[in-house]
Design a protein around this ligand. Structure first.
Ligand SMILES: C[S@@+](CC[C@H](N)C(=O)[O-])C[C@H]1O[C@@H](n2cnc3c(N)ncnc32)[C@H](O)[C@@H]1O
Length: 366
């Protein structure tokens, strides 16, 4: 009879049963390493370089192209093959995995790599305190970004110009990946004067004015970040049609004279109470029949996905401000109806991201 080691409670039979479950969990335990493999593959140019390889590249050739050698190169190649980013054939030649190649070749690749940089510099840095955020019921991950207590991430990154640049490069990229569904909706609505709340670098103001010749836009942005939109809008030669107002969306009166209020990647930042306040402010600023448009990632009303929306929600819960999450469609629709809006319409995006648009009309004063 084999003696059972008291420190090893598993048996061959229990291991056989438990193995599939640990196989699933093992991929999650090492998800951070898989992400860093993707980041290294993006930042070294491994995937783009391998696109040139019609018959694959051998180890030394790809090493020369990405500027890595020895075990440093081998670690990356093995990890990239194991994560199915690249393929190593029986001759030891490397190429981009067939499933990945269309993305690397696409016009969207630079936008995707900006998203990878954001995940590294922002999300991973702060969501390491996701559990603490849940237990302490606060955005505990903000502590990993230097700044004064109470300051949001949007103020804190201002102290680090490089970090702010990573943020707005990503924000613009993410907005451009998901944006077509919003921009098509705006063309259909055809507003004359749009108020873009927390408009970032003006990506949607610029996209909308280039599609709607008569449109004028006011961007309301924190004074700390208003220069980003001003510079971009000047670069595009749109300063006569897009103005930027520095202010706090909760304290600064919403500028009047607009027939559409846009919240793009915005209501995910705030709590339910804050979102109700912002929608009431929108109601007060709009004429009857005026439009509110909400653009963001959305979770399904069944609250079990989609995967990217559910994962991105950790960032909103753990980092930028005290409140926030990626809300289900139905939450926004309920808040709109409670704040004098009706004729609510949902529009889903056909991109790989979980973006969507909600359009509603002001039907009552509140
Ligand atoms: C997630 S980004 C979205 C930017 C842009 N709407 C987009 O979709 O690309 C949020 C923006 O809201 C701004 N913001 C945060 N708090 C704000 C406040 N209280 N008042 C005005 N703008 C604010 C930030 O500076 C940041 O540029």
């Amino acid at each position: 009879m084999t003696s059972k080691n008291a420190e090893d409670p598993s048996t061959p039979e229990s291991r056989r049963l438990e193995r599939p479950a640990f196989d699933v969990l093992g991929r999650l335990v090492f998800a951070a390493a898989a992400f860093q493999t993707l980041r290294a593959a993006c930042e070294t140019g491994l995937l783009e370089q391998l696109l040139d390889a019609t018959d694959g590249f051998d180890r030394d050739e790809i090493g020369t192209r990405v500027g890595l050698r020895g075990r440093w190169l081998d670690t990356l190649l093995t990890a990239a093959a194991a994560t199915e980013l690249i393929r190593r054939d029986h001759r030891g030649r490397y190429s981009v995995a067939d499933e990945i190649a269309p993305a690397v070749r696409s016009a969207e690749w630079g936008l995707f790599t900006a998203t990878v940089a954001f995940e590294h510099h922002f999300s991973y840095r702060g969501i390491s305190k996701f559990t603490e955020a849940l237990v302490r019921e606060t955005n505990a991950g903000i502590e990993n970004f230097p700044g004064r207590p109470g300051d949001s991430l949007y103020v804190r990154y201002g102290a680090d110009p490089e970090l702010r640049q990573v943020f707005y490069t990503y924000m613009r990229a993410w907005s451009r990946i998901g944006g077509p569904v919003l921009w098509d909706a705006l063309v259909e609505i055809a507003p004359r004067r749009m108020l873009d709340i927390g408009g970032g670098d003006g990506v949607h103001a610029i996209a909308a004015t280039s599609r709607l010749p008569g449109l004028e836009v006011t961007v309301l942005e924190l004074p700390e970040n208003a220069d980003v939109a001003r510079a971009r809008i000047a670069e595009e030669g749109l300063a006569d049609r897009v103005s930027v107002v520095g202010g706090d969306m909760f304290a600064t009166p919403f500028p009047v004279g607009h027939d559409l209020v846009l919240f793009a990647h915005q209501l995910v930042i705030w709590t339910e109470e804050e979102n109700l306040a912002l929608l009431r402010r929108s109601n007060a600023a709009l004429p009857l029949g005026g439009t509110v448009v909400i653009f963001s990632s959305m979770t399904d009303d069944s609250e079990d996905g989609p995967f990217i929306a559910a994962m991105a929600s950790l960032y909103h819960t753990a980092i930028p401000v005290e409140g926030g999450r990626i809300y289900p469609w139905g939450a926004y629709e309920g808040w709109l109806r409670a704040t004098g809006f009706g004729e609510v319409q949902r529009i889903r995006s056909d991109t790989w991201t979980p973006h969507g648009v909600i359009v509603a009309k002001k039907v009552a004063e509140v």
